[in-house]
Design a protein around this ligand. Structure first.
Ligand SMILES: Cc1ncc(COP(=O)(O)O)c(C=O)c1O
Length: 464
């Protein structure tokens, strides 16, 4: 143990690395035993000179981490067998030092890629100044971020911060219910509207409220009964929406302007406009879930901008803090005015560190020309994919919105995902598993896009 401490530190093993690096934290025999029981692959004892590359050298073997994880972590994820230890720009490196082109971006999170120098600087400086105070107190970065978000969002007057997308939707559910309760009281109605209308292929999160709004049977079934009063309607079918929405019963419609997890389905402008009209007529709120499609991914700052329709509430998360956990709920004053202290809250949400990170992300995304570039790259990406993949009989459609792109296949996408990974390209799936989902960092270059398309074109033969 002393030898390890004296060696100048270890990186790449969060929990035990902390214990080992700081001898004062090794309080008990138990901690010591745990630290030493960890598999000790080659390269464990490093001197200071190797620190920079230690993350790659440390494990030297993906499988050791995977085996340790199976022992230690609750089995909630069907992970792919790779252990990433470092990222730089749009590249990722695994524990064996292999390089990958990242077209997943942590599920549409790492908008600026990995280790963006300005983001790192902002986060490091803020971490060294003030990371967390809780929402019992005021803090400057939270106010600055709220101001930035409100300034660039025409419908929004106020913001509530959360820690994730599902929590943003959870807050939006509560705000919708509270709004309807206050309106019902103002109108001397005996009952407030409490129900929700949502869509096929929707994904709004995994906590109990957001899960009730999420369509996939597999995610819902083990946890039923879920929140009652939720009606699923075919995405894009306005007539069905008109039948489902009932004045006095429907609190809100939740919709993703571009469905992500469900399979990369952009909503048509007249559909979103129709939802707006139905909500206006019924006194229901319109909630846009832009957790995945928002903040530049579509080539617009907000995906709904392309349709010219304004919601009452919009939820955000994934890319907002460039890789740190954050969510946000943007609301009109009409909604905000119905919320009072105690209605909702969070210990961590909107802390100085994540808000400073988010300001750094917005600085980049709002640079002149940035969003235009995203739109142009997304267009070119779809064009190239169509050109190079369409001749394969399993490709049904290439579709997308900016740099959120789907390749729909008539077979499972898993063999292609695995082949691409072996060839050094990381991609995701969506929908029922037959759609390849591509969501690279927004700073991806044309050359990297061409390389990714070439890898997919080369690998697609695994489907034959
Ligand atoms: C549209 C949408 N809403 C909500 C969520 C849930 O976000 P989180 O995983 O941060 O809870 C996701 C996650 O994929 C999403 O795509």
């Amino acid at each position: 143990m002393d030898a390890l401490v004296a060696a100048g530190g270890i990186t790449g093993l969060a929990k035990n690395a902390t214990l080992i690096r700081n001898p004062s934290l090794v309080h008990s025999q138990r901690f010591y035993a745990k630290a030493m029981a960890w598999p000790c692959p080659k390269g464990l004892i490093l001197n200071g000179a190797h620190k920079r590359s230690s993350a790659v050298a440390f494990w030297g073997n993906n499988q050791e981490v995977i085996d340790a994880e199976a022992r230690l972590l609750v089995n909630t994820y069907a992970r792919v067998p790779v252990v990433f230890v470092r990222g730089e720009g749009c590249k990722l490196y695994d524990a064996e030092g292999k390089e990958y082109l990242d077209f997943a971006a942590g599920i549409a999170v790492n908008a600026l890629g990995h280790a963006d120098p300005l983001w790192v600087k902002a986060v490091s400086e803020q971490a060294a100044t003030l990371a967390h105070v809780s929402n019992v107190y005021h803090s400057v970065p939270q106010v600055k971020l709220a101001e930035r978000l409100v300034d660039c969002t025409p419908f929004a007057d106020k913001v509530f911060f959360s820690n994730s997308g599902t929590e943003a939707n959870e807050a939006a559910i509560k705000f919708s219910r509270k709004y309807q309760q206050v309106k019902a009281a103002e109108n001397n109605s005996k009952q407030a509207a409490t129900d929700f209308v949502v869509f096929t292929n929707s994904f709004h999160g995994r906590t109990m409220g957001a899960l009730a709004l999420t369509s996939k049977h597999k995610y819902r079934a083990p946890f039923e009964p879920l929140m009652p009063g939720v009606q699923f309607v075919e995405f894009g079918n306005l007539e069905a929406v008109k039948k489902a929405v009932r004045p006095g019963s429907t609190a809100a419609i939740f919709v993703e302007p571009v469905q992500g997890e469900g399979g990369i389905y952009p909503a048509m402008a007249d559909f979103l406009q129709g939802l707006r009209d139905v909500c206006n007529d019924a006194g229901a709120l319109l909630v846009f879930d832009e957790v995945q499609c928002g903040l530049g991914r579509s080539g617009h700052l907000w995906a709904h901008e392309a349709c010219g329709v304004q919601p009452d509430i919009m939820t955000l998360a994934k890319p907002l803090a460039g890789g740190l956990p954050i969510g946000a709920v943007l609301v009109t004053n009409a909604v905000a005015n119905t919320i009072v202290p105690g209605d909702h809250g969070s210990t961590f949400a909107g802390g100085p560190l994540v808000c400073t990170a988010a300001l750094a992300v917005l600085d980049r995304i709002q640079e002149p020309g940035f969003l235009g570039d995203v739109a142009a790259k997304g267009h070119r990406f779809c064009e190239l994919l169509t050109q190079k993949l369409n001749s394969n009989i399993h490709v049904k459609e290439v579709r997308g919105s900016g740099l959120l792109v789907g390749i729909e296949l008539d077979v499972s996408a898993s063999p292609l995902v695995a082949a691409a990974r072996t060839a050094g390209l990381i991609v995701l799936t969506a929908g029922n598993g037959s759609i390849i989902r591509l969501a690279p960092p927004l700073v991806i270059t044309d050359v990297e896009i061409e390389k990714a398309v070439d890898i997919l074109a080369d690998c697609i033969k695994v489907l034959d």
